[in-house]
Design a protein around this ligand. Structure first.
Ligand SMILES: [Fe+2]
Length: 195
């Protein structure tokens, strides 16, 4: 069912924008209490709420179905699942430490910034691997019944709190920043609505 892969690919484009934002914000920060640290917290909060609980979960289900029918190399499948586990662990740890920084607690800005950039790079790398291996294998090998099972899962039905029609108030500022960057870059994807 091509529509599911198209949805995941569209989410990759959006996640790619957040990867860019993570890199930009961590580079621009001059001290641990700079205002834009709140934006980093928002990005990590979104990623741990949506990418970890919906996007990666759907891909893990695709991996398991492909492995079960030997339509994906075991090494590749396990690598993608491990990448997701590392992203989930690091995302939560980073979110916790960034929230500490917002509260003004003592921490090394340099260390946090390098971890933010490493996290962003891991997410970018994970998406490239999936687009080169998982998505084509899934399109070629999963049956209609298997796609239907994936579509019926709770993860697939979970709304996107940043890019869906109704933007969660929690992410209003992040949404404003992303739409401003997109229009400055000449990106014309229809965004949900003005917040
Ligand atoms: Fe993905």
């Amino acid at each position: 069912m091509r529509v599911i892969v198209e949805k995941l690919q569209a989410e990759h484009v959006r996640l790619g924008r957040l990867v860019g934002l993570l890199n930009l914000q961590s580079c621009q920060r001059t001290d641990a209490t700079a205002p834009n640290i709140a934006l980093l917290v928002d990005v990590l909060c979104y990623l741990t709420r949506f990418a970890d609980l919906a996007h990666h979960v759907i891909e893990d289900r695709m991996v398991e179905k492909l492995l079960a029918k030997k339509a994906l190399a075991v090494e590749l499948g396990r690598e993608i699942e491990t990448q997701h586990q590392v992203l989930i662990r690091d995302g939560r740890d980073l979110l916790r430490d960034l929230e500490s920084a917002v509260r003004g607690e003592n921490m090394s800005q340099q260390l946090v910034d390098s971890r933010v950039r490493l996290y962003a790079e891991r997410l970018r790398h994970n998406m490239v691997i999936e687009e080169l291996t998982l998505f084509p294998a899934a399109e070629q090998n999963l049956s209609s019944a298997e796609w239907h099972e994936i579509e019926s899962s709770g993860a697939y039905a979970q709304p996107d709190p940043l890019f869906d029609a109704t933007v969660d108030e929690r992410f209003a500022e992040l949404y404003r920043v992303i739409t401003a960057e997109a229009s400055a870059a000449g990106v014309h994807e229809p965004f949900a609505q003005d917040v």
